[in-house]
Design a protein around this ligand. Structure first.
Ligand code: ATP
Ligand code: MG
Length: 477
């Protein structure tokens, strides 16, 4: 039995764990006042206990500790738990390299290039495990194979001429990991086994004072990674926190750096900005700091010339927030479709004014706006194709005479197209009560439907909308 490799392995882990516990206890004794290093705070005094943390995150921390590594729950989940909100996912930070993490878990996968991380799967839960990272000039930093190939260090960390980080795989100590995080409230480390919080940057005070504060020099940190500007807007909106003055000031100058961020990353970030239930307040911050115009330049231009489009966008965002809060389904295709619609409509009107037939003008305008937008935000085809179908179908909903209404009702995008009509009407456009007509039609029995269809003259209805400039008026809704 004693010769069993499993038992030997188990014993050696137990010894490592005991050694670690002893050293952390003596650390605590010497760092009681913690003038240097982190503040160590009993987590229960802040309402945190191991039960607040998901089963997966607890298990990851436990197994990494048992294997002799440091491991903490960190980031947004600790922040949200301290604020009494339900964390949506859990991140763990460790001194184990991704390869080492992978050996500890059966269901682990290394992903990413800019940041190499490990996903550990527990049924439907995925715990994201990151190795402590260092700042890029740090002398104590270690890269995964720095001891073997020092000249390879440059491959693990890269910076552009403008100071932007292109790659960030330089591993470091726990303390270094804390200061390379973005905001103080996102840099709290929680050790569930000891029920202890580690605070290197006064994040707890900022949580208490509801302040969003960048770690380090804000302008440098925004230059390193301009996505931090989007994250600032997102957290200020989501948490309703005040931005510290120094954190806020550079935004007015540096917003243009958003254009440097790869379009694929911006797509992910834009979804996080707009699909979390705080889209309207996030949009207001993005507009205030001129960031919105770098994300949706054609829409921003259309809005400048026509206030009605501002109302439309706000309505779309409000509806999205309400749906998310009510746990209803939202699709990026619909929301992005709404965000780009003003641009499509303006261009379509220009083409029509230049003599193009409306259907051709719409096809050309929608293709052109998508082509331009994906250079900023890489909307994948799985969203841009349905987006175009929603635009197209909602325009065809006015042409509903004869058998057409029943046929339209059967189309897979009908519901989204109908919602798009409702959205435009809700935002104050006069589409000839088209939304009401379709609402009644869907609820009606067969006879009523036939009467309704018969009462419609065939051919598209041509209706003027109120409150729009002449140039922006389409010939159908
Ligand atoms: P959310 O609630 O949206 O998940 P989050 O803070 O957990 O918010 P994540 O994107 O999951 O955000 O990132 C996890 C943690 O990684 C953050 O809390 C922060 O400490 C760090 N982080 C993420 N992105 C950056 C960045 N661009 N720069 C520095 N640190 C970052
Ligand atoms: Mg998170």
């Amino acid at each position: 039995m004693l010769e069993s490799p499993l038992l030997r392995d188990h014993l050696s882990r137990m010894i490592k764990r005991l050694k670690k516990l002893l050293s952390s206890k003596s650390n605590k004794a010497t760092q009681g006042k913690a003038t240097q290093g982190p503040r160590r705070i009993a987590a229960d005094s802040h309402g945190l206990h191991p039960g607040t943390i998901s089963h997966g995150a607890r298990d990851v921390v436990e197994k990494l500790s048992a294997a002799g590594y440091q491991a903490y729950v960190v980031g947004g989940c600790v922040r949200d738990a301290l604020l009494g909100q339900h964390p949506k996912d859990f991140d763990v930070a460790t001194d184990a390299t991704p390869e080492q993490v992978k050996t500890v878990f059966r269901r682990a996968r290394i992903i990413g290039r800019r940041f190499k991380i490990v996903h550990v799967r527990y049924g439907r839960e995925i715990v994201e495990v990151t190795t402590f990272r260092a700042p890029h000039t740090g002398s104590t930093s270690r890269s995964p194979d720095a001891h073997k190939k020092p000249r390879k260090r440059a491959e693990h960390s890269q910076r552009s001429d403008a100071g932007m980080l292109l790659r960030d795989n330089v591993f470091g100590s726990l303390e270094e990991d804390a200061v390379r995080r973005d905001f103080t409230i996102n840099a709290l480390y929680y050790q569930p086994e000891e029920n202890l919080l580690l605070d290197f940057v006064n994040g707890l005070d900022d949580i208490e004072n509801q302040t969003l504060r960048m770690i380090g020099d804000p302008a440098t940190r925004y230059r390193e990674d301009p996505v931090r500007m989007l994250r600032a807007a997102r957290f200020a909106a989501k948490l309703n926190f005040q931005m510290d003055a120094a954190t806020l000031a550079p935004l007015r100058e540096l917003h243009g750096l958003i254009e440097e961020v790869p379009a694929a990353r911006l797509f992910d970030e834009v979804l996080k900005l707009l699909m979390k239930g705080d889209a309207l307040s996030t949009y207001e911050i993005l507009t205030e700091f001129q960031i919105f115009t770098h994300l949706f330049p054609d829409t921003a231009r259309a809005m400048k010339d026509n206030d009605a489009y501002e109302t439309f966008i706000r309505q779309a965002l409000t509806n999205t927030d309400l749906r998310i809060q009510a746990k209803q389904h939202v699709t990026p295709a619909f929301l992005l479709g709404a965000l780009l619609w003003p641009a499509v409509e303006v261009l379509r009107a220009q083409h029509i004014a230049a003599g193009m037939p409306p259907a051709v003008a719409f096809n050309k305008a929608s293709a052109e706006i998508i082509r331009r937008e994906v250079q900023h935000i890489a909307i994948p085809k799985r969203f841009s194709v349905p987006m175009r179908e929603i635009w197209d179908l909602h325009l065809r909903l006015s042409n509903r005479g004869g058998n057409r209404a029943l046929q339209l009702l059967e189309l897979p995008r009908f519901r989204a197209a109908y919602d798009f009509v409702l959205l435009r009407e809700q935002a104050g456009e006069d589409l000839g009560d088209l939304g009401d007509w379709w609402t009644t039609f869907q609820e009606a029995d067969e006879d009523t439907r036939q009467q309704m269809s018969a009462a419609i003259k065939s051919g598209p209805r041509r209706k003027r909308r109120s409150g729009r400039k002449r140039s922006a008026q389409p010939t159908s809704p």
